[in-house]
Design a protein around this ligand. Structure first.
Ligand code: 3PG
Ligand code: MG
Length: 374
């Protein structure tokens, strides 16, 4: 795989596919490790005197976190100077790209605002308008490599390409991992992604996934089921796949804006769920203590809301304390949670900034983005 060391970037227009996708709360984009780490690749390219055009997505069309990248540019500016261009394939972008000077960087708007991002096989794909203005494609978005989207698979067909430092780091770390007897702790907000991992390995289910597993086991979760439907998070899981999955025995809900824990018997009710409860935490920690390898994907609850980070932090702490355990942490949200929890990063064997892509990799699938680079 070619890397940033493979080319002379001086004066070249580089199309850098980053993953700046971060949490969004009430329309506000939160600080994230992805943004901070992506700035490092941008800075290396600046030093190499490239003219840098950064592209990224944020959220998915139709979801609450599908917003413009203007705030990402502001956050990036803490680490590197970059100008936001409120356009993708129009005249504004074209002019901005043509006027770039060596060592300068611009950020175009959310690439998923263009429908053609989702049509990588379309012959006259509109996004090629910007690709044709550039000289080298750099993929630094390992976390999106499982997506068959134009900025991941189509662009490297048109430009000489290489991996950015973040992608390179992820791939090198994953080469070292043996996962046979690994305990999977699967949470997060995208339950459908987890299906592929179900089978032989023991699973501790949390996050929306934990709730979905419980419903599949026949439990009625009341109001929370409406939320899951609204988020299109509900999925059907085959009975034989449920066998190795341990599910929560209690949850934390919000009453008068405070955390209140309810055991499973108290469901269905009118409350939405924000975290796993203390009994679940205790049971899961007991399992983690005995594990030799752990892969955690996605937080256990809504850890951006005060009081509901408890489950996620407790699980992370248990993993970090098990010194004999090889620990792989996945998902942009979790790397942020580790930072917020104050647990030193070096207590984990590898912290990945990707969720779904890492999961597909672990499930043994070929990642579109890596294939496209090779
Ligand atoms: C992620 O957050 O996992 C990546 O940014 C990919 O986002 P996606 O799941 O919306 O494709
Ligand atoms: Mg995500």
């Amino acid at each position: 795989m070619k890397t940033l060391s493979s080319f002379n970037f001086k004066g070249k227009i580089v199309l850098l596919r980053a993953d700046l996708n971060s949490d969004v709360k009430n329309g506000k984009v939160l600080e994230s490790e992805r943004i901070k780490e992506s700035a490092k690749t941008i800075n290396e390219l600046k030093k190499k005197k490239a003219k840098i055009v950064v592209i990224s997505h944020q959220g998915r069309p139709g979801k609450d976190d599908f917003v413009s990248l203007v705030q990402h540019a502001k956050l990036l500016n803490k680490y590197t100077k970059i100008r936001f261009v409120n356009d993708i394939i129009g005249k504004k972008s074209e002019n901005a790209i043509k006027n770039l000077k060596p060592g300068e960087a611009i950020l175009l708007d959310n690439i998923r605002k263009e429908k053609d991002e989702f049509l990588p096989n379309k012959s006259d794909n509109e996004l090629l308008k910007i690709v044709r203005l550039c000289g080298i494609y750099v993929n630094d978005a390992f976390s999106v490599c499982h997506r068959n989207e134009a900025s991941i698979v189509l662009f490297p067909k048109y430009l000489q390409s290489c991996a950015g430092r973040l992608l390179e780091k992820e791939v090198n770390a994953l080469k070292k991992i043996k996962l046979k007897s690994c305990l999977y702790i699967l949470g997060g907000a995208k339950p459908e992604d987890n299906i592929k991992l179900l089978g032989k390995n023991k699973v501790l289910a949390c996050g929306l996934f934990g709730q979905v597993c419980l419903i599949n086991k026949g439990k009625n979760l009341g109001e929370q089921e409406n939320y899951l439907k609204k988020q299109k998070a509900f999925i059907k899981i085959l009975k034989n796949k449920l066998k190795n999955i341990e599910t929560p025995v209690d949850f934390a809900v919000k009453v008068n804006n405070k955390r209140k824990e309810l055991v499973l018997d108290k469901f269905p009710n009118k409350y939405e769920i924000f975290d796993i409860g203390s009994r679940t935490i205790k049971e899961y920690i007991d399992k983690i203590k005995k594990a030799k390898a752990v892969y955690m994907k996605g937080p256990a609850g809504d850890c951006n809301i005060r009081g509901f980070e408890k489950g996620t932090f407790a699980i992370l702490k248990a993993i970090a304390s098990n010194k004999k355990c090889f620990s792989l942490i996945g998902g942009g949200h979790l790397s942020d949670a580790i930072k917020d929890s104050g647990i030193p990063k070096n207590k984990f064997s590898h912290i990945s900034l990707s969720g779904g892509a890492l999961l597909n990799y672990i499930a043994g699938e070929k990642l579109h983005g890596l294939v496209a680079l090779s």
